[in-house]
Design a protein around this ligand. Sequence first.
Ligand SMILES: [Zn+2]
Length: 101
Amino acid sequence: VWKRCRACDGVYNTAGADGADYFHVCALVRWVRVRHQDGTRETVRPGQVEAGDVVLRDVYRPRLNHRDENTARREGARGEIRVLKAEGLGAADVAPPDPDD
Ligand SMILES: [Zn+2]
């Protein structure tokens, strides 16, 4: 079944090419740690780096409302159950992509 992740817009098949189940996890988002001219440090999106900032390093963080279809064990009313690690914004069924694309 093809799905589109509502958090990252990624399109994926829940069955991998080898027939094994595929569990979508949103890719991490790149931020950058900077030192401003006044000496203060901040972690900002790449588009927010100001003239005069010194980029110290890349930082990768989960996207807001990210989805992680891997499961974790939880204690339910009738014993152990498995739940999604993060539902995020959910995923919608979509048509398979055109193989000519
Ligand atoms: Zn996603």
